[in-house]
Write a protein that binds this ligand. Structure first.
Ligand code: AMP
Ligand code: GLY
Length: 423
């Protein structure tokens, strides 16, 4: 069968790469893909973005199913449009995608269903928000309601920072529509982890556990980013934490969405804060796989990914299981100069082949081919991903490979996986 992946990043490279390994899959198309997907056997990029053009393509090519990578097309209703055309597509509808596209929707939903998360209130008026802040203490978290490409959250260390974040969003409209409504929530203490599952609307199949590194610099310092590296499994998610996350967060969410008439089909990503006593709280929901979590998780997947997607689209995820390699996988992101603020493009990249010769897999994101050269073309450029028999070996393998790659101003965290190593 032929399948389609929508998206252009490292996540989509990894999803397409894994799908291409299925014996059932003859060809994976990626819209629009990147330089890395273009190089893979059985994978071909197509340069279409409009829903109508994609639907037309799927019908002409007899595409068996489509997997949607990023949140933007989901929030724009690509699944609704594909379904209306009678096409099979794995992802939530626009309504179900509100778990990510509106923080207020997600918080109100969690309150209705007793799902553990930080206490909060929503405001669309700066004066009311300031008054609420006057009853609170720092640290406190200010979140733009809408999609803001990872830039909509301010973890304020002082009340002065909190008040200025409110003004930035509600008075000065610096976040546009996304910041026209603001969620203010209590700060949660603990260690973060990513808990990602597949859902067919009724049944849930958990993916392997993982942990992202959201800050730019070593030691979780510096600006928030889309993620500077991830590893799987994440030992902070013990069997007991996983069981509680399923019982207290994931299953109530899937049941609640179904009950409210918005069944959630797709990858559901709960960003967890695991408190010092081992209780999981929901920091956020994403309605898609994580980037860069996808890269190490797909490296560990030993099952036929296409079969899992087919099972999900036939509402029989309860009849399949996902097998994972016993090894640990680590993905180290190489980011462009200036990321995450003023990304510099066009720097020549060397050493990708040498990195892959070490046995690592290099997933591409912000890369372009220009005049016969491979150059940077986005914030997160590459994700160098390696397996190892344990966390220390996987780290070693990933960094040996990553060291082979060079470009001007390259940014890379040196401590991916340290939290697991120190456990
Ligand atoms: P979000 O986009 O909601 O995941 O927030 C981005 C990052 O801000 C998270 O990964 C956390 O590191 C941090 N964060 C968000 N909400 C909270 C919270 N209530 N308590 C502590 N940290 C938070
Ligand atoms: N790595 C965080 C995310 O995908 O949202």
């Amino acid at each position: 069968m032929k399948v389609l992946v929508i998206g252009t990043g490292g996540r989509e490279h990894a999803l397409a790469w894994k799908l291409s390994q299925s014996n059932k899959v003859s060809q994976v198309f990626v819209a629009s893909g990147n330089v890395g997907t273009a190089k893979e056997d059985k994978i071909q990029n197509i340069h279409l973005t409009q829903h109508a053009d994609l639907i037309d393509f799927c019908q002409k090519e007899n595409i068996a199913f489509t997997v949607v990578g990023p949140e933007a097309p989901l929030a724009a209703g690509v699944v609704n449009d594909f379904q209306a055309a009678g096409l099979k597509v794995f992802g939530p509808t626009k309504q179900a995608a509100q778990l990510e596209s509106s923080k207020d929707f997600a918080k109100a939903f969690m309150a209705r269903h007793n799902i553990p998360t930080a206490a909060y209130q929503t405001f669309n008026n700066a004066d009311d928000a300031h008054e609420y802040l006057n009853q609170k203490t720092a640290p406190i978290v200010i979140k733009a309601d809408g999609l803001a490409a990872g830039k909509g959250v301010v973890v304020a260390e002082t009340m002065a920072d909190a008040h200025s974040a409110v003004d930035m969003m509600l008075k000065d409209n610096k976040m546009g529509n996304a910041g026209a409504r603001v969620v203010i929530e209590d700060f949660l203490q603990g260690e973060e982890a990513s808990f990602i599952v597949m859902s067919d609307g009724v049944n849930v199949l958990p993916m392997a556990t993982s942990q992202d590194h959201k800050r730019l610099l070593d030691g979780d310092k510096g600006l928030n980013t889309g993620g500077m590296g991830a590893y799987s499994p994440a030992p902070v998610v013990t069997d007991e934490v996983a069981r509680r996350t399923m019982d207290e967060i994931i299953l109530p969410t899937i049941r609640g969405m179904a009950k409210e008439g918005n069944p959630f089909v797709g990858f559901l990503y709960a960003g967890l804060m695991i408190s010092p006593d081992g209780s999981p709280y929901t920091v956020e929901f994403n309605c898609r796989f994580g980037d860069p979590e996808t890269q190490p998780i797909m490296m560990r997947l030993a099952s036929d990914f296409a079969e899992l997607i087919e099972a999900a689209l036939e509402e029989r995820l309860n009849s399949v299981s996902a097998k994972w390699k016993d090894e640990t996988a680590i993905g180290v992101v190489l980011a462009a100069a200036g990321y995450p603020e003023n990304v510099k493009k066009g720097d020549e990249i060397s050493g990708i082949d040498a990195a892959e010769k070490t046995g690592a897999k290099v997933f591409y994101a912000g890369v372009a081919d220009k005049d016969g050269k491979t150059v940077t073309n986005g914030g997160r450029v590459l994700c160098v991903t390696a397996l190892g028999k344990d966390i220390a070996t996987a780290r070693q393998n990933a960094y040996v490979a990553a060291e082979k790659i060079k470009f001007d101003g390259m940014q890379m965290r040196r401590d991916i996986g340290n939290k697991a190593l120190n456990r």
